[in-house]
Design a binder for this molecule. Structure first.
Ligand code: GLC
Length: 549
C-alpha cells in the first residue's frame, strides 16, 4: 500500500486542519456515459481536485445498493455498486488520489442496512431465522397487530415501523426503520452487528482509506424496551445519543489507531447539546464530527459569533479540532439559502418556492467561504460549492428520487435539488458531466442556465467562485497560522455587525455582515477578498477580507 502522508511524524495529524471535499459519486462525473456519475469519472477529474488544493475526499456511499436512499441503503459493505465501478477501481482511485497527496474517506452506514442485504432477506424469509435478532422485529399493537409497536416517527415522514409479511402471505411482525422502509435498523445490542462493522472498518482501512465518515452516528443504540417517545420525559431518549454508544466508538478508535498511519473517525452527529456532542470527541473516541450548529446558523453576526465561540468552547476540553461545514448532500445549497429572508437551515423549513435573491446569496456565500477557511480546524466543501451552484428548485416532480420527497406526499421538495450533476464544460446539459455520445441524460435534469457555472467557464475567470476557492485554499495551505495553527482571537474595536478575528499576530479575517461598508483594521497587505473593496478601501456589505497584519 502507498505510504500515507506528506507530513513528518512530528506534524499535527492531517485530519486536524484538512480541507475535505465531499464527493457525491452519482453526481460528480460520469465516465461511462450512462448518466450516472462513477469512480472512473472521479479518477479523470483528480487533477481538478488537486488544483483546487484539497487534502482529502469524502465519498458518499459507493456500495452495491438498490438506491432507495441514494446509496444509504447498503446491500454489501465490501463492494462497489456496478453503476459506480468495481472494487479494484475503488482501490485504484484511492491509490491514485494518494499519489496526488489526497486522502480518501469512505462513508460507513452502521445504523441500518438495505432491505436487500442478505441479513434482512434471511430475516424476512423465515421468522425463526437467527438473523431476525439482528433487527428490531416486534408484534404490532391493536387487536390484530395492525398498529405499529410504538409512536416513533421516521426521519422521512410517517411511522418508523413497517409491517412485514410472513412467508405464508399473512401480515407478520413490524420492523423498525428510522429512515425509509427499505432501510431496516440494526440491533446494536447484538454482538454479530458489532463484529461485522469492525470487520468492515478494517476492510476499507486495509484498502488505503484514511478515514471513515460515520452515518447517523448518534442513532445506533436503541432502548431495548422500545418505549413510546415522550418529549417531556426526563428519561434518556430511546434512540438518540444513548450512553452505550461510546463503548462502540472506543472500540472503533482502537482499530483506527492500530494502523501505522492512524485512520480518522468522523461522526455525523446532530445534537443541540454541545456538551453531549463533545463527549463523542474525547481522546479515545471519534477524531472529529460535523459542525451542524454552524451549518444551521443564519447569516447574522451575533448568531455566527456565538456559534463559532460555542464550537471552540465545546471542543477545547476534549482537545478535538472543530469542523466548519456550510453544506452537504442533505441541505439547501448555500447560495440559495443565503439569498432568502430566513438564512438559517432546518429540515422542517425545507419548502418549495421560498423567494431567494441569487446575487445576494452569492455575495454571502463568497464571504462565508473565506470565513470558514479562516476558522481553526478542518473545513468541508461539498461538491459544487466551489462553483457557487444554487439549489435546483424546479426539478419536475416525476424526476425526483429522494425518499424524503417521495414519502412526504408532495409537501417536501426533498434533497435532490442539491444533488444535481455537476456542470464541467460547454453551454448546455450535460455540460461535460457525461462524455460525448452518452447513452442516457444525467440522472437528475440540469438547469438550462448553468453555462456560466461550469468549471471550465470559471477556471479562466479571476472573479469566479472557483478562482476564489482555489486562491483561498492555496493561501490557507501556505499560512501556518490557519487550519490547525494558531488560536482565534477576536479583534477589538470593530462594529457589532463585523466579525474580525486574528489567527496568530500576522493574519486576520474580517467579515462585514452589516448594511454599510466598514473600515478595515490597520494592515500591511490585503491577501484576498471575496469582492472588490470600496474606492476608499472600505469593506462592503456581505464581503470578507483576509489581511496580513
Ligand atoms: C444521513 C445521510 C442522509 C441519509 C441518512 C440515512 O443523514 O447524510 O443522506 O439519508 O443518513 O442514512
Amino acid at each position: 500500500m502507498a505510504e500515507h502522508g506528506r507530513q513528518g511524524a512530528q506534524a499535527a495529524p492531517w485530519w486536524r486542519g484538512a480541507v475535505i471535499y465531499q464527493v457525491y459519486p452519482r453526481s460528480f462525473a460520469d465516465g461511462d456515459g450512462d448518466g450516472t456519475g462513477d469512480l472512473a469519472g472521479v479518477r479523470e477529474r483528480l487533477p481538478y481536485l488537486a488544483e483546487l488544493g484539497v487534502d482529502a475526499l469524502w465519498f458518499n456511499p459507493w456500495y452495491p445498493s438498490p438506491m432507495a436512499d441514494g446509496g444509504y441503503d447498503v446491500a454489501d459493505y465490501r463492494g462497489v455498486a456496478p453503476e459506480f465501478g468495481t472494487l479494484a477501481g475503488a482501490e485504484k482511485l484511492i491509490a491514485d488520489a494518494l499519489e496526488l497527496g489526497i486522502r480518501t474517506i469512505v462513508d460507513i452506514v452502521p445504523n441500518h442496512v438495505s432491505s436487500e442485504h442478505p441479513w434482512f432477506r434471511a430475516a424476512i424469509a423465515d421468522p425463526a431465522a437467527p438473523e431476525r435478532e439482528l433487527f428490531w422485529f416486534r408484534p404490532g399493537r391493536g387487536e390484530h397487530g395492525e398498529l405499529p409497536p410504538n409512536n416513533w416517527v421516521s426521519e422521512f415522514h410517517g411511522p418508523a415501523w413497517t409491517r412485514s409479511t410472513d412467508p405464508d402471505g399473512t401480515p407478520g411482525d413490524w420492523y423498525l426503520n428510522l429512515f425509509d422502509s427499505r432501510q431496516p435498523d440494526l440491533n446494536w445490542g447484538h454482538p454479530r452487528v458489532r463484529e461485522e462493522h469492525e470487520d468492515v472498518l478494517r476492510f476499507w482501512f486495509d484498502r488505503g482509506a484514511s478515514g471513515v465518515r460515520i452515518d447517523s452516528a448518534a442513532l445506533l443504540e436503541k432502548d431495548p424496551a422500545l418505549p413510546d417517545l415522550d418529549p417531556d420525559s426526563p428519561a434518556p431518549h430511546p434512540y438518540v445519543d444513548r450512553d452505550g454508544l461510546h463503548a462502540v466508538y472506543r472500540s472503533w478508535r482502537t482499530i483506527a489507531d492500530s494502523y501505522p498511519d492512524p485512520r480518522a473517525l468522523i461522526g455525523e452527529i446532530w445534537l443541540p447539546d454541545t456538551e453531549r456532542f463533545a463527549r463523542y470527541l474525547r481522546p479515545d473516541e471519534l477524531h472529529t464530527a460535523f459542525n451542524f450548529d454552524f451549518l444551521s446558523c443564519p447569516w447574522e453576526p451575533v448568531r455566527l459569533r456565538a456559534s463559532i465561540e460555542g464550537t471552540l468552547a465545546a471542543h477545547a476540553p476534549v482537545s478535538a479540532p472543530a469542523t466548519w461545514v456550510l453544506a452537504n448532500h442533505d441541505v439547501t445549497r448555500t447560495v440559495t439559502r443565503y439569498g432568502r429572508a430566513d438564512t438559517s437551515f432546518g429540515f422542517a423549513a425545507k419548502a418549495r418556492g421560498v423567494p431567494t435573491d441569487p446575487v445576494l446569496g452569492m455575495r454571502r456565500a463568497r464571504a462565508a467561504a473565506l470565513l470558514t477557511l479562516a476558522l481553526p480546524g478542518a473545513v468541508y466543501v461539498y461538491q459544487g460549492e466551489e462553483l457557487g451552484l444554487p439549489e435546483v428548485e424546479d426539478i419536475p416532480p416525476a424526476a425526483l428520487q429522494d425518499p424524503m420527497a417521495l414519502r412526504s406526499g408532495g409537501t417536501s421538495p426533498g434533497r435532490d435539488g442539491c444533488r444535481v450533476p455537476l456542470p464541467w464544460s460547454g453551454d448546455a446539459p450535460p455540460y461535460g458531466f457525461s462524455p460525448a455520445r452518452a447513452s442516457a441524460p444525467p440522472w437528475l435534469p440540469q438547469p438550462a442556465d448553468w453555462a456560466d457555472r461550469t468549471a471550465a467557464a470559471q477556471s479562466g475567470d479571476p472573479e469566479s467562485m472557483l478562482s476564489l476557492y482555489r486562491a483561498a485554499i492555496r493561501l490557507r495551505r501556505a499560512e501556518s497560522a490557519l487550519g490547525d495553527g494558531d488560536d482565534l482571537t477576536w479583534l477589538p474595536g470593530v462594529p457589532a455587525n463585523v466579525l474580525a478575528f486574528g489567527r496568530g499576530d500576522r493574519f486576520a479575517c474580517v467579515v462585514n455582515l452589516g448594511g454599510d461598508s466598514a473600515e478595515l483594521p490597520a494592515h500591511r497587505e490585503l491577501l484576498l477578498s471575496s469582492g472588490p473593496l470600496t474606492v476608499d478601501g472600505g469593506l462592503p456589505s456581505d464581503t470578507a477580507a483576509w489581511l496580513r497584519l
